[in-house]
Design a binder for this molecule. Structure first.
Ligand SMILES: Nc1ncnc2c1ncn2[C@@H]1O[C@H](COP(=O)(O)OP(=O)(O)OP(=O)(O)O)[C@@H](O)[C@H]1O
Ligand code: SF4
Ligand SMILES: [Mg+2]
Length: 366
């Protein structure tokens, strides 16, 4: 979306972990296992940047988003917002930050209180943050027209709007406090394709107008392609690949990313038949007991012994492209030779970088 990132990190996540305890017990609850929802993620989002966060259902996208918003606590690691460490910030320290970070949710119906009128839904955060009562209605009207809704609809209830219009209300509510960061958790997944494009265009325009920073979550790579400056691909709580957007589509390095791209249908059936694909079958493993080595190995058609034993680091390739794979795709022998272990790699990974023998390896076509 934006092409003017100035490099300064608005959000800086370092080795962040969010584990959910599973408790059992008759009289006293005992922790018997933990869901490794986010498992050592390091990622920064620059001021004015849009980062797309993509992966299958259950890979930890919402958990990571909620941890960034400080709606849930991190189990380990650090989270900085505009340079301030807010990993363990209490209510008081978070209060002024709350207005700077807002979230838009997937289901625009469930996220709006059905018993409240639009003026109350959008006006509530304004009132809570000190906007005088007599000014609230005027501001709600402004926000409604900003998101393309008729200001005179401010006394309607959510059920009187279409899905796309309800998502516009969600966006207006998020914009009310003039935030710097908006975390969009699958904001268009519940909408028709034609309406998806309208909402994405709206988000794009708003970003330009208000210099917003977006973390845009989706499970489908086709949705984030045109909105993201960079894309982070997540699998079982970990980052598999992080790359500038266009580069990821033209040169996917990680087999999982390649598989996600293979799943996007191409309208031309001829071309569809001709293209190389990696198809991964089955479901992701249980995040209570993640696989050893590369977490993708049980489903990866390229897996070898080292994949089962050693977690690959995020290797740094040209153009700011990172990928965690022992047998990378679409990279030359020179690029592999020059690759370095990136400092954002998980702490548990090994130092083994891919071997140049892998150069030119083509994906396993199916
Ligand atoms: N409160 C919770 N307690 C226990 N486990 C949880 C909790 N919230 C999420 N999980 C688990 O953590 C993992 C990550 O869930 P999360 O909702 O972050 O995935 P997601 O990538 O957002 O999936 P989706 O695309 O379906 O929204 C899942 O295995 C989920 O079951
Ligand atoms: S490290 Fe091995 S198992 Fe993991 S994605 Fe690469 S080839 Fe597949
Ligand atoms: Mg989710």
């Amino acid at each position: 979306m934006s092409d003017s990132t100035n490099g300064a990190a608005l959000v800086d996540i370092k080795h962040l972990k969010v584990f959910f305890p599973i408790k059992q017990g008759f009289i006293v609850d005992r922790e018997v296992a933990r869901v490794h929802a986010v498992n050592d993620v390091t990622l920064s989002v620059g001021e004015g940047e849009t980062v797309g966060l993509v992966g299958e259902s259950g890979c930890g996208k919402t958990t990571l988003s909620r941890a960034i918003m400080r709606l849930i606590d991190a189990t380990d690691g650090a989270l900085c917002f505009r340079g301030d460490d807010i990993t363990r910030a209490g209510r008081k320290q978070l209060e002024p930050l709350r207005r700077q970070m807002q979230m838009v949710f997937q289901d625009p119906f469930a996220s709006l209180n059905p018993r409240k009128r639009v003026v109350q839904i959008i006006g509530q955060p304004l009132q809570l943050h000190g906007t005088p009562r007599e000014k609230v209605e005027g501001r709600v009207r402004e926000l409604l027209s900003l998101v393309g809704l008729a200001p005179e609809h401010l006394n309607r209830f959510p059920h009187e709007f279409s899905g796309g219009q309800r998502q516009r209300i969600g966006v207006a509510r998020a914009l009310a406090l003039e935030p710097r960061l908006i975390v969009l958790d699958e904001p268009v997944s519940a909408l028709d394709v034609s309406v998806q494009a309208q909402i994405i265009n709206l988000l794009d325009d708003l970003q330009d107008e208000f210099k917003l920073t977006y973390l845009f979550v989706a499970h489908d790579l086709s949705v984030v392609r045109h909105v993201s400056d960079r894309i982070a691909v997540m699998y079982l709580g970990k980052l598999m690949e992080v790359s500038p957007s266009e580069e990821l589509y033209t040169k996917p390095i990680h087999p999982y990313t390649f598989a996600l791209l293979s799943a996007i249908p191409i309208p031309d059936p001829e071309e569809n038949r001709r293209r190389d694909r990696i198809v991964v079958s089955g479901e992701p493993p249980n995040p209570i007991d993640p696989p050893s080595g590369c977490v993708f190995h049980p489903r990866c058609p390229r897996a070898t012994e080292i994949c089962r034993e050693v977690e690959p680091p995020l290797a740094r390739y040209p153009n700011g492209h990172l990928a965690a794979c022992h047998h990378p795709l679409n990279v030359s022998a020179e690029e592999i030779k020059a690759a370095q272990k990136d400092e954002t790699s998980p702490l548990t990974c090994g130092d083994e970088l891919p071997s140049p023998d892998e150069a030119g390896a083509s994906p396993t076509a199916t």
